[in-house]
Design a protein around this ligand. Structure first.
Ligand code: AN7
Length: 402
């Protein structure tokens, strides 16, 4: 059994209500499970495949979920980058290996399942790209129409391709993501559509399983630090919540220092942490090559400040060139292909080591959130084009300088 609870005033709401923020005070909600009614055994979990649904006792869906077999993503040991940084236990959880190529699928399998459970007739979101790709795919899987609002000209090609091919209504807004989100919230309220941005507490339930899987993949060990790229701050907040639940239900000990990385041109959370502000002051004109995290007014501001402060975590920004350098290093030194926003997490670790801000004996898990192929245009602009030669061995040898 579970209900929805306001994280600020504690007001409670029934699980069958369509509600995103507290009616009393306007703050964010979260799902609370009643420990007296939930029985979990690690053995039962271990008997199921590594996936979002391994953890179904701590998820809100009651019937068969709308699924594309999300989760169960690889946890890679970063041997070479770790050696360069002097960190023996540095890992990357590759969320780009999900069905639509990003961690959003973990949220959407739960979110779209809940939309159907709640009897909704359509689903909608604003998106910097990945949320729209994932919603379109899960909407198709669940047989429910989807509408996605994108900031015109600022979404990576692969993500638009996915949203279009999976059959969403795709609308480009002449404005940025924050404006698109404001409009879609209004649309959902006026037209009774189900909102699947990360203000939706059910979506975050799916995303918390990133942390569950990491603990399982490390043999039951909670890492010292988890590092995530931050846009709307839904994912880092979700992972933090999941870790709190593992403690509460006696399934794991310890809490990772939750560490958020933003792009330098789009870093309101980093500023709030650095200046010890009580709230996040939105960045009016966010800008970065990592368009996935080009977000100035993070919806989950209140949750992320708690996650970072309560766990003794850190927040840092990285420049676009630091992001692109790490994207290349992950690809060439480790064989791991990620999109720019995802490389921000590992670039953040490099920066924190350079600053001497973290202990290199820590076990550190970076979440790399989306696949390399999401944003082919940025890759092409960073790499030399293929060399061309005639279809003869002589011409090939010449091209290879052999
Ligand atoms: C690859 O798709 O917000 O801090 O609309 O696509 O939970 O927002 C994407 C976010 C990190 C940031 N990495 O996660 C969207 C959207 C990638 C992302 C983030 C996003 P949050």
């Amino acid at each position: 059994m579970f209900d929805l609870r306001c994280i600020s005033c504690g007001a409670g709401y029934q699980s069958d209500e369509v509600i995103y923020t507290c009616r009393r005070c306007g703050h964010l909600l979260e799902v609370r499970y009643d420990p007296d009614t939930i029985h979990i055994s690690r053995d039962a979990w271990k008997s199921r495949p590594l996936s979002v649904w391994r953890y179904r006792e701590l998820l809100p869906v009651s019937g068969d979920p709308v699924t594309l077999q999300e989760g169960g993503t690889p946890l890679y040991h970063l041997k070479r980058i770790g050696a360069e940084l002097g960190i023996k236990n540095l890992y990357a959880k590759h969320e780009g290996m999900n069905p639509s190529g990003s961690f959003k699928d973990r949220g959407m399998t739960v979110g779209v399942s809940m939309a159907l459970q709640l009897g909704m007739k359509s689903v909608a979101c604003a998106s910097t790209g990945n949320t729209s790709a994932s919603l379109a795919a899960y909407g198709a899987r669940g047989g429910i129409p989807s509408i996605v609002l994108l900031p015109a000209g600022k979404v990576a090609l692969g993500k638009i391709a996915q949203a279009l091919m999976h059959g969403a209504r795709v609308i480009s807004i002449r404005g940025n993501f924050d404006q698109a989100l404001e409009i879609v919230r209004d649309l959902c309220e006026k037209k009774g559509m189900y909102l699947l941005n990360s203000v939706n507490p059910y979506r975050l339930e799916g995303q918390k399983t990133i942390g569950f899987e990491v603990v399982d993949q490390l043999g039951g060990v909670v890492p010292d630090r988890m590092v995530l790229p931050v846009g709307n701050a839904g994912n880092i907040s979700a992972v933090h919540k999941g870790m709190l639940e593992l403690q509460e239900f006696g399934l794991a000990d310890g809490m990772p220092m939750m560490t958020g990385i933003q792009a330098a041109g789009s870093a309101p959370v980093v500023r709030a942490i650095r200046e010890n502000l009580p709230v996040v002051i939105p960045e009016k004109n966010p800008e970065t090559i990592a368009t996935a995290i080009r977000i100035g007014a993070p919806v989950n501001a209140e949750k992320v400040l708690r996650a970072i402060r309560e766990t003794g975590g850190l927040a840092r920004s990285v420049t676009d060139s630091e992001i692109l350098a790490m994207q290349r290093d992950l690809a060439r030194m480790e064989g791991i292909g990620v999109e720019p926003a995802s490389a921000a997490s590992v670039a953040g670790v490099r920066k924190l080591v350079d600053e001497g801000a973290i202990d290199t004996d820590e076990t550190i898990v970076c979440v790399v959130t989306g696949h390399l192929l999401k944003d082919p245009e940025t890759v092409i602009s960073q790499c030399d084009p293929p060399e061309e030669c005639d279809a003869t061995i002589e011409s090939l040898l010449q091209a290879l300088h052999l």
